[in-house]
Design a protein around this ligand. Structure first.
Ligand code: DGY
Length: 355
């Protein structure tokens, strides 16, 4: 059997008039696992899930309430949540004995109490790798968009305020030759570093562990063991570490103040890593030049002070929002559930953070 790839290239069924027909699979004779998916997924993913599992889909795409989550974890074998669902210890305490796998639709698992799940014998998986390049593209887009004033310029045209070219109009700052500081040099951070080299930026990074020299050499990156020391030297800071208890407000007011007043902050990771109130204060006081934010401390209600700032580009958590990424993420979810059902090692198992 070929690799299960519902993105289209390696689909092992066949297509008639755009209807995807999958061959029967060995487990169809067995009782299918009951799977609850908390938000709407791309059609190809949902179609495949319906073929493989006894799946409950979220047809009208509403955010699950706490009660719906409780009911789901009491009745299903597998929960497929996303980053907007808080799966904490209190919620998990209400799960029945049926729930055995949380197959997260997403890479970050900061909304799941992985340790509490493990204590209850519930495995957790995520969807790494497949969203790396798209998320890195979005970070790079912000790294250019903020200093070159792309959104401001586009707005000016649409509002009919463009009266013709002039030498001093809409001047931004060049990124070529500038220093990019990356916090978190994992898959996404490294993918951003590669792009930044293509844009002529010098790459600096802070990471828990120094990279292998081959990767460091490839992106000509300078490692800073001390985050504080790196901050004072960079022109743009791009954040790519996971949100954990250790990285909550890693970019505190004290650290934000170490950046140059001409520096920009870009965050496509998690809002909680930056003290957002302090960031806003420093932007207001012109102690920072601007920010590109795809994530916020409170995503359901973005701070209105940010909306009023021209030197801030705001996006609605779109880093991995390509149809390709989302289908690949769904494929990972399916593969993890299948591996679980068949008693294999879970390809993307997430273990609790060691203290
Ligand atoms: C994730 O998967 O954690 C992302 O933030 C969603 O794009």
């Amino acid at each position: 059997m070929r690799h299960l790839d519902i993105a289209g290239h390696g689909w092992y069924g066949f297509s008639i008039n755009n209807l995807l027909i999958a061959p029967s699979v060995s487990n169809t004779a067995k009782t299918k696992s009951s799977v609850v998916v908390t938000r709407k997924l791309p059609e190809a993913v949902e179609t495949r899930m319906m073929e493989l599992f006894d799946v409950h889909l979220n047809v009208d795409d509403h955010p699950f309430t706490r009660d719906e989550l409780v009911s789901a974890i009491q009745t299903c074998d597998v929960l497929v949540p996303n980053l907007a669902d808080t799966i904490n210890a209190a919620l998990l305490a209400q799960s029945g004995s049926k729930l055995k796998l949380i197959s997260n639709f997403g890479n970050g698992v900061d909304h799941i109490d992985v340790a509490a799940a493990h204590k209850r014998g519930i495995s957790v998986t995520n969807t790494p790798d497949v969203l790396t390049e798209d998320t890195a593209d979005m970070a790079m887009a912000l790294i250019i968009a903020v200093p070159r004033r792309l959104v401001e310029g586009a707005r000016l045209i649409r509002e009919g305020r463009f009266k013709g070219w002039s030498p001093t109009h809409m001047l931004g700052h060049r990124m070529w030759g500038k220093r990019l500081g990356i916090i978190g040099m994992g898959r996404i951070g490294t993918a951003v570093a590669r792009r930044a080299r293509g844009f002529g930026m010098a790459v600096h990074y802070h990471n828990r562990r120094r990279l292998h020299p081959d990767i460091e050499n490839e992106v000509e990156a300078t490692y800073w063991e001390s985050l504080d020391q790196m901050l004072a030297r960079v022109d743009v800071l791009s954040i790519h570490c996971p949100h954990t208890p250790a990285t909550f407000h890693l970019m505190s007011e004290r650290r934000l103040k170490l950046l140059k007043p001409a520096a920009y902050v870009v965050n496509v990771a998690r809002g909680e890593i930056v003290d957002e109130a302090a960031l806003i204060r420093l932007l207001e006081q012109k102690q920072l030049a601007g920010a590109g934010l795809d994530v916020f401390e409170h995503e359901a209600g973005v701070n209105t002070k940010l909306l009023a700032m021209d030197n801030v580009v705001l996006l609605p958590h779109m880093g991995s929002a390509t149809i390709e990424s989302r289908i690949n993420m769904g494929e990972k979810v399916i593969i993890n559930i299948r591996a679980f059902m068949d008693g294999h090692a879970l390809p993307d198992r997430v273990l609790p953070i060691q203290g």
